[in-house]
Design a protein around this ligand. Structure first.
Ligand code: AMP
Length: 284
């Protein structure tokens, strides 16, 4: 497994693989890897000839006061896991390699970035799209794999790829959950045991909404009310948003249909968790 910390070396490696007729697939991550990430890597293997994983805790997607400095990192363990997975190359740059002094260029998906998570994190998606576009330029993948765990991010990346005519296929990968339904996330490490128990309410409330929809309740306000009831049974939780949306445009709906998606963000103590679920017909 090749490990590149230098953009030029990574780029040259990718060009060489292309010249052999091989198609690289990219899995962008912020490291501290878990089974959700490993599922993305397995997907990448299906869709490409060479798998590149990037590990980069991207400073431009965190605002001041957010968890950039304390975001969990474990490079040694990550590299071991990636070696075991049979990954071909890991791109793991330092912040100054990606954003040298004088850096001032950003790419923004205007409207989609303002919604939902964008309301409480107004510069977050600008940082995400900028770093993903930079990774695409450096690594030149034919396909890139993103998890449905970050559903709004996935839709924004698809929009950027289409809008900028990038010759890259975006593949989405389903949410990997713990046995009790909590979506795997590097940030779950922040939860103390009591908070971790409470974290199941995101999954439970979405399952309940699904059940109600299956029983014919389609009014979004009524569904939200039931979800809020479940969440408010636990103390010290703060709902940031619960939305029912069209899956591709993320437009809000008032009446729920089978293709819609629930998106939600909840604060548990000092940790912000996001989750989402298809209304029906999913294997989650
Ligand atoms: P992160 O390292 O959290 O930035 O995530 C890197 C990629 O892994 C993103 O495309 C995420 O959506 C995806 N991912 C993170 N957690 C999960 C999960 N539990 N299931 C599926 N994909 C995930």
């Amino acid at each position: 497994m090749k490990v590149f910390r230098d953009t030029k070396k990574q780029h040259q490696w990718s060009l060489k693989e292309h010249s052999k007729g091989l198609k690289p697939g990219l899995v962008p991550t912020m490291g501290f890897l878990h089974k959700g990430h490993l599922r993305l890597i397995q997907n990448a293997k299906e869709y490409s000839d060479r798998v590149v994983v990037s590990i980069f805790v991207n400073p431009t997607q965190f605002s001041g006061g957010e968890d950039y400095n304390k975001y969990p990192r474990d490079e040694e363990r990550d590299l071991e896991l990636l070696e075991e997975e049979g990954v071909d190359a890991v791109f793991i740059p330092e912040p100054l390699e990606m954003y040298p002094e004088g850096y001032e260029t950003y790419v923004v998906v205007e409207e989609l970035s303002k919604k939902y998570c964008g309301r409480s994190r107004p510069t977050h998606f600008r940082g995400v799209t900028t770093v993903v576009l930079k990774l695409f330029n450096i690594i030149q993948p034919d396909v890139a794999i993103f998890g449905e765990k970050d559903y709004q991010q996935l839709i924004i990346i698809k929009r950027m790829t289409k809008d900028l005519n990038l010759p890259i296929t975006i593949i989405s990968s389903p949410i990997v959950r713990e046995e009790d339904g909590v979506a795997m996330s590097s940030r779950n490490k922040y939860l103390n045991p009591e908070e971790r128990k409470k974290a199941t309410v995101l999954y439970e409330s979405m399952k309940e909404a699904q059940r109600l929809v299956a029983n014919g309740i389609t009014d979004v306000d009524a569904l939200k009310k039931e979800m809020i009831k479940i969440i408010e049974k636990k103390e010290h939780l703060r709902i940031e948003y619960i939305e029912f949306v069209e899956p591709e445009t993320l437009k809000r709906v008032k009446k729920v249909g089978a293709s819609n998606r629930i998106l939600m963000a909840v604060h548990i103590g000092r940790t912000r968790l996001i989750d989402n679920m298809k209304i029906k017909g999913q294997a989650e």
